[in-house]
Design a protein around this ligand. Structure first.
Ligand code: GTP
Ligand code: MG
Length: 312
């Protein structure tokens, strides 16, 4: 495909159009992804998550600049949840990351959830692959850690960084349950605020109680992203985690698991669509429902029958 050839030849316009095709499920999206796939698997993927307004975008911007200094090209996928948590996120991200786009070695793309998270994680994954095929060395995926789907997106990263801020009060309890355990590293941003030491201790205690990370102790860094302070140490930590994953062979496992998850999601999606179209949306199924309601038949054999037919 022409668009794929152009993308592989570093056309930013082609990359942008390809992501749009994936995002909007245009007819040629699957074909693009099929042709792109052999050219993926080279980029290092970093997931960044944390509560709304923690400074994730500011941090992403600064991390990207630091990677540029180290000679790496950077792709950024910013997931904007159009949730009540951060209404104007899209515009905000665009403005904060504007000065990045002048650099040819950086490509920023915001993806909106448009009210439904369905398929978003697949689309974000496809955007990552497109940037990967384009030749970006590092790809940063930013999502707000508010829902399962957002968390799922960053979980597929090679290195996952959780951003927290002091002064969240009891919020830390809620966050603890959800996103803290997925962090390979922690960044306390807004370290210019009161409560930074306390938060540091809280995270350390949590890591103590929850030693899920065998062989790797997640480092806790402090940053003031808005002033660009502490950024080098964060990149050093990411690179240390990468080195650990490579040496331990875990990077291989992570990427294998990612492919398995992706294909499982694709399969489920296909099967669901097939069943919806060919089973659920039929008069025959309506009739079955009426018979189940009057207890003429029961659902267990109905499901067995349908599965038997579908799998044939
Ligand atoms: N005081 C202080 N403010 C900061 C720091 N880093 C970022 N901010 C500010 O915090 C606000 C939110 O920053 P963002 O980078 O948009 O945060 P975010 O986590 O991407 O926000 P959402 O994507 O909307 O969840 C902005 O006004 C930043 O300027 C910091 O280290 N200290
Ligand atoms: Mg943001």
């Amino acid at each position: 495909m022409e668009i794929v050839d152009k993308l592989l030849n570093h056309s930013r316009l082609a990359l942008s159009k390809a992501i749009t095709a994936v995002e909007n499920e245009y007819d040629d999206a699957v074909k693009i992804m099929t042709e792109i796939y052999p050219h993926t698997g080279n980029a290092y993927v970093i997931g960044i998550t944390g509560p709304p307004g923690a400074g994730k975008s500011t941090l992403t911007d600064k991390l990207a600049k630091e990677y540029r200094k180290r000679g790496k090209t950077v792709g950024i996928v910013a997931i904007d949840p159009t949730s009540p948590y951060s209404g104007g996120a899209i515009l905000g991200d665009r403005i904060r990351m504007m000065d990045l786009t002048a650099d040819e070695g950086i490509f920023v793309r915001s993806m909106a959830t448009r009210g439904s998270l369905g398929g978003l994680s697949q689309k974000a994954g496809d955007a990552v692959k497109l940037m990967d095929a384009f030749g970006m060395d590092v790809i940063i995926v930013e999502t707000v850690g508010v829902g399962q789907s957002e968390v799922d997106i960053v979980k597929t990263a090679d290195t996952t960084m959780v951003v927290v801020i002091p002064g969240m009060g009891d919020d830390i309890q809620a966050i603890k349950a959800g996103i803290l355990e997925i962090g390979d590293l922690f960044t306390i941003n807004k370290a210019d605020r009161e409560g930074t030491d306390k938060l540091n201790i809280e995270i350390e205690m949590m890591l103590e109680l929850n030693p899920e990370h065998v062989g790797w102790r997640p480092p806790i860094n402090r940053t003031i992203a808005s002033k660009g302070e502490g950024i080098e140490a964060v990149v050093d930590s990411i690179e240390a985690h990468k080195a650990y994953l490579i040496e331990s062979g875990k990077l291989n496992d992570i990427r294998k698991a990612r492919i398995k998850n992706e294909v499982t999601a694709m399969l489920n999606d296909h099967v669901n669509r097939y069943i919806d179209k060919n089973v659920i949306q039929t008069d025959e199924f309506d009739n079955l429902v009426v018979k189940m309601q009057s207890r003429e038949i029961e659902p267990y054999s109905v499901v067995d029958d349908i599965v038997g037919k579908v799998l044939k």
